[in-house]
Ligand binder design. Structure first.
Ligand code: ZN
Ligand code: ZN
Length: 353
């Protein structure tokens, strides 16, 4: 914690208070009046204009996410406007539109030296281990912030975080390496789950030229997958269907089991979905050996936030369509309900409403 996080009580920016959504323990959360954070010397205070709700938030609120420490204000997918600048920060001024990588990593440990910032031994992410952006204001280290181009509205800026997760997943799966080695013609990918992460993966992979098939039980989301660039979207695949890449963005045990059986020779399975922690799937080492399969895990952003910023404008078409609902902070319970609604993909909170 920066020590000035808005947890109610003393301190704060000029003694002002703000509305924030605080998690206190398993299924114990609600809106509070908190002190507006005072930015530390190396921090920016950001007036939040958009903050996405995602599956990780639901795991935190349920008390089923290891890194979260109560009490904490949730919210890690956000964009807004600089409201105040810490005394040691250079290059930022009030009024500038920004977003930020929520992962506050140490830059000192072994994992940071490998640029695996998501695996930092000292990681305490905004909205998970320190107060986040489901609030009128959030304080973040300036080194993690990025200026948004004028064309990137707050709602789009708040999608840079999930986009960076997808870029990291594709990089972990070696997708870019193939591109550098001679193109994508004929390469195929199956994406299981057409929620926000799955749909972003479809858009990025299709944009690279892969032939993408989406596997998704909800008809409304299958249509979205086709609009995002999938050549087909199916409720289930034919028994013979095989792919160079299988990306699980669902975390659903049945999807993972099905996907594991669908790799071509030299195929790569990329696990991005958050499966139940006790779920196990059998793996046949002989077939892994024989077919030279790769099984890859990918979580969070690592070092991909900057690349996502560079790409976000070119993907603004498919990305903007993901934001199906924008609600005021007080309606966060309804936002949670919408997470399981077929009509919804990405639900964002605008604390100014
Ligand atoms: Zn998220
Ligand atoms: Zn570290």
């Amino acid at each position: 914690m920066s020590g000035q996080g808005g947890q109610g009580g003393q301190g704060g920016q000029g003694g002002q208070t703000m509305r924030a959504w605080q998690w206190r323990g398993p299924d114990d959360h609600g809106q509070i009046a908190a002190a507006v954070p005072t930015p530390a010397p190396d921090e920016l205070l950001i007036a939040v204009e958009a903050c996405g709700l995602c599956g990780t938030d639901l795991r935190i609120l349920a008390g089923d996410y290891g890194h979260a420490r109560p009490p904490v204000v949730i919210g890690h997918e956000f964009a807004g406007t600089v409201a105040a600048v810490g005394s040691a920060v250079e290059g930022y001024a009030a009024g500038q539109r920004v977003a930020a990588d929520p992962n506050v990593y140490c830059l000192k440990c072994e994992w940071c030296s490998r640029r695996a910032y998501n695996l930092c031994s000292m990681l305490h992410a905004v909205g998970i281990g320190r107060d986040g952006a489901m609030a009128e204001y959030v304080a973040v280290p300036a080194r993690l912030a990025v200026r948004l181009p004028d064309a990137v509205a707050p709602a789009l800026g708040a999608l840079i975080e999930p986009l960076s997760c997808v870029l990291h997943g594709l990089e972990r799966g070696g997708v870019e390496a193939v591109g550098q080695g001679g193109g994508w013609a004929g390469r195929t990918m199956a994406v299981y789950g057409a929620g926000a992460i799955g749909l972003i993966a479809v858009a990025v992979a299709a944009g690279l030229g892969l032939e993408v098939t989406a596997v998704e039980p909800l008809a409304a989301r299958r249509l979205r997958a086709e609009a995002a660039g999938a050549v087909r979207a199916a409720e289930r695949l034919e028994p013979s269907a095989r792919f160079d890449y299988v990306l699980d963005a669902s975390g659903a045990p049945a999807a993972v089991v099905d996907g594991f059986g669908r790799l071509r020779k030299r195929g790569t399975f990329i696990q991005m979905g958050v499966a139940p922690s006790a779920f196990e799937v059998p793996v046949n080492p002989y077939r892994v050996y024989e077919n030279e399969w790769r099984i890859i895990g990918s979580n969070s952003v690592a070092d991909c936030y900057g690349r996502a910023l560079a790409l976000v404008e070119s993907l603004s078409g498919p990305l903007s369509q993901l934001v199906t609902h924008t609600l005021p902070l007080a309606e966060l319970p309804r936002a949670i309900e919408l997470m399981t609604d077929p009509s919804a993909v990405k639900v964002q909170i605008d604390p100014r409403l």
